[in-house]
Structures are given as structure tokens and as C-alpha cells.
Design a protein around this ligand. Structure first.
Ligand code: PMT
Length: 224
């Protein structure tokens, strides 16, 4: 029997990539498998939380006793997250959301057009920033997937997106995406820096949630 540290909480988690269509048969996406976000969802459920998992397209099954909402695009993910956020106490954004989508999606399969092709992209909404700003009482935890200057960029996202905490994740060169293990550093809005050792994504999920619980309690006692 695990310590039920998250009993009484609704934890909202995003996982996996988003898929942005170009035409009826093609799309833009990234290398996220969903493993990290799904591991956090399972760990949160085992720690007593009611878990809502909003997932982009992955090959993973919805874990037992978790409410899963499947989406494809960033816009669909934002809609699902917005509907659940006000019912939740903690939001963990592990999804690798596409920053851009095609400005005009073709309704018919695009034809070959000579030696180069230019696609006009427009920015997707930032789900994490939108949600944290719209729900100031929600404890928000972002991820930052970076190939370089990981801590510096993560710190910038923590502040810009008004988060309680960010999980800085070195990616590229065989790290992070689609692996069974991972290593992260956690930064908080109070200036704390916790380095977690490399381990399986299943174990890391519990380690991340232990830190979330610790700082959630601190945040609540500061408010009262
Ligand atoms: O899925 P796996 O294969 O297991 O890999 C795990 C992972 C590497 C994808 C995961 O650990 C991770 O780092 N997820 C965040 C990936 C990411 O897109 O990071 P980012 O630095 O681009 O985005 C920063 C934060 O803003 C993230 O919390 C992201 O979910 C969020 N975001 C980004 C853009 C956007 N339009 N909306 C968002 O909500």
C-alpha cells in the first residue's frame, strides 16, 4: 500500500505529442511517445488521486482507473484541458505540444509541386500558459524539453508561463523522448533546484510527484 499523499486531489495530466494536419493524409508531429506522461498518470492514481489524462496520439493503452481523453491537435488538447482545469487541484503538462500548425489545412491531398514546397505555419495556443493564467489557484507544473542551456531555458518558461514548478528535461542525443528511462531537474517559483537521478520513467514519476506534494503543501501553507 503506497502512501496516499494525493488522496482528495484531481490531477490533470497531458501526455504525448500533438498531431497537426497538413492535408487529409499528412501531419506535423514530434518524437514524444507519451511514456513519461502516462507514467505520471499511473503513479498519481496509485498515490490516491483522481486522474484525468489528456493524451495526444500514442501507442499506449489508457491505464486502469484513469479517465482518458484522446485528442489529436493542440486546439483539441486546449479544449479538453480547459474543461477539466477548474475541477482539478494540480495540472502537470508533460505533452510535447506542437508550437505551430498549418495556416490553411488542405481539404484534398496536396500534389507534388516541383523541387521545393513552402508551408505557412501559424502559432498554436500555449495550453500551459493559458491554463495557469486562467486558473490562479491551480498548482501548475510544466516540463521544458531542451537540447541545450536546459536550466536557463527552463527558468525562462517557469516565469513566462507563471508556473509553480518546471521539470527541466535534457532531450536529443538519445535522451528523453521515447526512452524507458529519464533524468530531470526540478525548479520551483521559490528558487529551489532539485536534481533527480536517472531512473525508469515509472520510478521517476513517483519521484517527481513526491516533490510536487512537498511544494504543493508549502504553497498552501504560504496562502493561509
Ligand atoms: O513522451 P516521452 O517519449 O516519454 O518523452 C517525454 C518528454 C521528453 C516529451 C517529456 O518529458 C517532456 O519534456 N515534455 C515536454 C515537451 C515539450 O514540448 O516541452 P516545451 O519545452 O516545448 O514546452 C514547455 C511546456 O509548455 C511543456 O509543459 C508543454 O507541455 C507546454 N506547452 C508547450 C507548447 C504549447 N503550445 N502548449 C503547451 O502547453
Amino acid at each position: 500500500q503506497l502512501d496516499q499523499k494525493l488522496a482528495g486531489h484531481q490531477v490533470l495530466i497531458t501526455a504525448g505529442p500533438t498531431r497537426e494536419p497538413l492535408d487529409p493524409v499528412r501531419y506535423l508531429t514530434n518524437r514524444s511517445s507519451g511514456k513519461m506522461g502516462y507514467a505520471i498518470a499511473e503513479a498519481a492514481q496509485k498515490m490516491g488521486a483522481d486522474v484525468v489524462l489528456v493524451s495526444g496520439p500514442t501507442n499506449l493503452d489508457c491505464p486502469d482507473q484513469i479517465s482518458c481523453i484522446r485528442v489529436e491537435t493542440a486546439e483539441e488538447m486546449l479544449k479538453a484541458v480547459s474543461a477539466e482545469a477548474s475541477k482539478s487541484t494540480i495540472f502537470i503538462s508533460a505533452a510535447a505540444v506542437a508550437d505551430y500548425r498549418l495556416k490553411e489545412v488542405a481539404t484534398k491531398k496536396m500534389k507534388k509541386q516541383g523541387s521545393s514546397l513552402h508551408l505557412e505555419l501559424e502559432q498554436n495556443p500555449d495550453i500551459l500558459a493559458t491554463t495557469s493564467k486562467a486558473n490562479p489557484d491551480l498548482f501548475t507544473v510544466g516540463f521544458a524539453a531542451e537540447t541545450n542551456d536546459v536550466i536557463e531555458y527552463a527558468m525562462g518558461k517557469l516565469k513566462r508561463k507563471q508556473l509553480n514548478m518546471i521539470v527541466a528535461n535534457q532531450v536529443g542525443g538519445g535522451k528523453g523522448f521515447d526512452k524507458d528511462s529519464n533524468q530531470v531537474d526540478i525548479l520551483t517559483d521559490g528558487g529551489d533546484h532539485i536534481s533527480l537521478p536517472e531512473t525508469s520513467k515509472q520510478q521517476l514519476a513517483f519521484d517527481i510527484l513526491d516533490v510536487v506534494c512537498q511544494f504543493y503543501s508549502k504553497d498552501q501553507s504560504n496562502k493561509s
